[in-house]
Design a protein around this ligand. Structure first.
Ligand code: AMP
Ligand code: ZN
Length: 435
């Protein structure tokens, strides 16, 4: 089935508002059929019918990542699990991961949204699309894959990594559009420079970049090196994955698809809405999802609504580039990592002392994680082989947990700086602006 241009993209504010109201009601009624929301609504004496208007949404409780974990593995499903046809999970294996299920309709609606985003940037069925993103539980793989196929593009599921192979595919198949994580795009660029591979050998015209924070300068760099237009793509697995908000050809802010998601921006501490146009935490409610609707999900992503209308004429409001997180999540090479995951691994190893420090570094254009670990005196032996073995074991266990292999430095106990009060576990030395 191919993407037929729907008119949702250009719905008027009134139309969006009316649809939001009826979809919100339907969403709440569906949500109430899941064990999790049934209990949550009952505990505050709320009936879905009490919410008559979009503005009433503030009477509903937030849903958090911890709620998703507590509902693991399937207490948020509104129908039997046999009705689901796919699941994705966000990275991290400590305790319960967060799992999102999709029905057939949910997958269809998602592919349409991604196709809408891609179409908006100018990608058409004659384009050849290479998806340079991890396939698997990460939504950036299959999410873009099905969006591109729906548009009718010849779609190459290249996956992540392996620079030489990526280049071969890009060149041999005259690829015109890619989806790529911005840090990997820069890495690819510097590898090409080293290899003396002239970007003019490629037919690229559009790059979709997202999954991690990046600056305007980084975008411009990608654009000028590859000779493409690069569009910012925002999404999160809890809201399907990519396709939540996307830049249009104006490249000034990302249109958030308000027929599919109800967006609020709140103060991360008080939970109150921030004044229009101010930065706060993005909170999203799914409006069309049937298998696993989420109500007022706290994304922890910081952004703001951009004022005014977009010259492109699409009435869906725009959000600004994501400026950071209101929690301590680290995004490295597109993978989400919480310092607690690192801590759990380290503190379960008898050799490890009290203190550790996660250092985020940039080497060339690639982000790296270095972990300095204090080793207990009795294990800090002179034998280099023993220490090397320990170092490798720590790196391997961390890799299993956070899906990234960090560099591990073993240091003597009490050698890392002690902080008063809240421990500083993460030192981010990456340059803020990659210009
Ligand atoms: P995941 O659920 O693993 O796909 O991770 C989603 C998270 O990645 C979001 O909540 C954001 O923190 C981050 N993210 C995704 N897209 C972008 C983007 N375009 N800019 C900045 N951060 C992003
Ligand atoms: Zn626009």
């Amino acid at each position: 089935m191919h993407y037929a241009l729907h008119d949702e993209e250009y719905w008027s504010r009134e139309r969006i508002y009316h649809v939001q109201r009826s979809r919100l009601q339907a969403t709440l009624e569906r949500a109430a059929r899941s064990p999790f929301y049934a209990q949550r609504f009952a505990s505050i004496g709320l009936h879905p019918q009490d919410i008559r208007d979009v503005a009433d949404i503030t009477r509903l409780p937030f849903t958090t990542k911890d709620d998703l974990r507590s509902a693991y593995p399937d207490r948020m499903l509104t129908m039997p699990r046999t009705r689901m046809v796919r699941l994705h999970a966000s990275s991290g294996t400590t305790g319960a991961p967060t799992v999102i299920y999709y029905t057939d309709n949910d997958l269809n609606a998602w592919a349409d949204l991604v196709a809408r985003c891609m179409h908006m940037t100018g990608i058409r069925k004659d384009d050849v699309f290479q998806n340079i993103a991890g396939y698997g539980l990460f939504t950036g793989g299959l999410g873009f894959h099905y969006g591109a196929e729906r548009l009718g593009c010849l779609t190459i599921p290249a996956g992540a990594g392996n620079t030489k192979r990526q280049l071969k595919l890009l060149e041999d198949f005259r690829v015109t559009a890619v989806h790529i994580i911005p840090s990997y795009a820069l890495h690819l660029a510097s590898s090409m420079e080293e290899m003396g591979f002239d970007p003019k050998r490629l037919a690229l015209r559009i790059a979709l970049i997202g999954a991690e924070p990046h600056t305007e300068a980084m975008r411009r760099r990608i654009e000028s090196f590859f000779g493409v237009r690069a569009y910012n793509s925002y999404g999160l697995s809890e809201m399907n994955g990519p396709g939540v908000a996307f830049e249009c050809p104006e490249q000034s802010g990302m249109h958030l698809w308000e027929d599919a998601y109800l967006a609020e921006i709140i103060h991360p501490v008080t939970g109150e809405p921030v004044p229009e146009g101010e930065v706060g935490e993005l909170v999203l409610t799914t409006l069309t999802r049937e298998g696993m609707p989420l109500v007022r999900y706290r994304t922890r992503d910081l952004t703001r609504f951009l004022p005014g209308d977009c010259p492109c004429g699409r009435p869906h409001r725009r959000i600004d580039r994501i400026t950071g997180r209101s929690d301590d999540m680290i995004i490295l090479k597109g993978v989400n990592i919480y310092p607690m995951q690192v801590e759990n691994v380290l503190l379960n190893m008898p050799e490890v002392g009290e203190n550790y420090l996660i250092v985020l570094e940039r080497e060339g254009h690639l982000d790296q994680m270095r972990i300095k670990v204090e080793i207990k005196d009795e294990f800090f032996v002179e034998d280099m082989r023993v220490l090397k073995g320990l170092q490798q074991r720590i790196a391997a266990r961390l890799r299993d947990e956070i899906l990234i292999t960090p560099r591990v430095d073993l240091v003597e106990s009490n050698s890392l700086p002690k902080s008063e009060g809240k421990a500083v576990r993460v030192q981010d030395t990456r340059p803020k602006d990659d210009a």
